[in-house]
Unconditional design. Structure first.
Length: 284
């Protein structure tokens, strides 16, 4: 608030100085001075010599009275001017979260007072983050006094969780969206299924993000498929047609060898990486 008002008054001060420096203003003051001298037949040199000191003293006293009044007028003029109202709202970096959704959560519209933002940034941020778990961070700033800029940083999309009612978006923080995705882009994100244990879901997300991008993009399904011998067994279905049997505990480490193994395969195969690594063709 302090910085904002300081910038505002600097702008007003510069405008006033520019006004006084204006040549037309100077010429008018010269004409007024000559008019007063001629009207009252005052010797300008004697007037300046006799009254110069008193004039300066009176000027200082006047300024002491005038400046607080000017300050009050400036404050009042600001509150009734368009500068105190939000002129535009720009929402950047919202990704897969719609701008209209973010705008509705902010409850700020064009024409509202800028003081709905100034001094309330922390409360606004806290409220929006609590309302939408998809948002990782959000910031508010005012450009040119009254142009609101909102920068939104959402959590990364990791994949889809399949339920009876449809597919739900899984985010990098382990949370799952409340609303089903109508047309999931399964060519971009994998289906992560049977991870009823939230701890295991967070673990696979963390390990998945550590994989090289080309391997991540090749994964179509990650299924939690525990057995009596391996309670953390996973079945991973690749987009190139191969299937991988691997353990959750060493997922990010062993999956890095997939490229070198896959290039040696002559047909679509099952690659078992539970202990060591071996493969066999998928039966048609």
């Amino acid at each position: 608030m302090k910085d904002f008002l300081q910038n505002y008054f600097n702008k007003i001060k510069n405008s006033i100085l520019n006004f006084f420096k204006n040549s037309s203003f100077k010429s008018r003051m010269v004409k007024l001075y000559k008019y007063v001298i001629d009207k009252f037949k005052i010797n300008s040199k004697n007037f300046e010599k006799i009254n110069g000191g008193k004039f300066k003293q009176n000027l200082k006293k006047s300024l002491l009275l005038f400046l607080p009044l000017l300050f009050f007028i400036l404050i009042l003029s600001y509150f009734i001017s368009p500068l105190s109202k939000i002129d535009s709202i720009t929402i950047n970096g919202n990704g897969y979260i719609s701008r209209s959704h973010i705008s509705s959560k902010m409850n700020i519209e064009k024409g509202d007072s800028v003081f709905k933002v100034i001094g309330h940034r922390k409360n606004l941020t806290k409220y929006i983050l609590s309302e939408d778990h998809r948002i990782k961070s959000i910031s508010f700033s005012l450009n040119s006094f009254n142009k609101l800029v909102v920068n939104v940083n959402p959590y990364k999309q990791i994949g889809y969780e399949t339920r009876k009612s449809g597919q739900y978006l899984i985010l990098e923080n382990g949370s799952v969206s409340n609303n089903p995705v109508n047309n999931p882009n399964d060519n971009k994100y994998p289906y992560i299924v049977n991870f009823d244990n939230r701890k295991n879901l967070n673990t696979i997300i963390d390990k998945y993000l550590k994989l090289p991008k080309d391997i991540r993009d090749n994964i179509r399904v990650i299924s939690y498929s525990p057995t009596r011998i391996y309670p953390d067994e996973l079945h991973v279905y690749m987009r190139d047609g191969n299937k991988i049997i691997i353990l959750l505990s060493n997922f990010s480490y062993k999956m890095q060898f997939y490229r070198s193994i896959a290039t040696k395969l002559k047909s679509r195969s099952v690659i078992n990486m539970e202990v060591g690594a071996y493969s066999y063709p998928i039966k048609k």
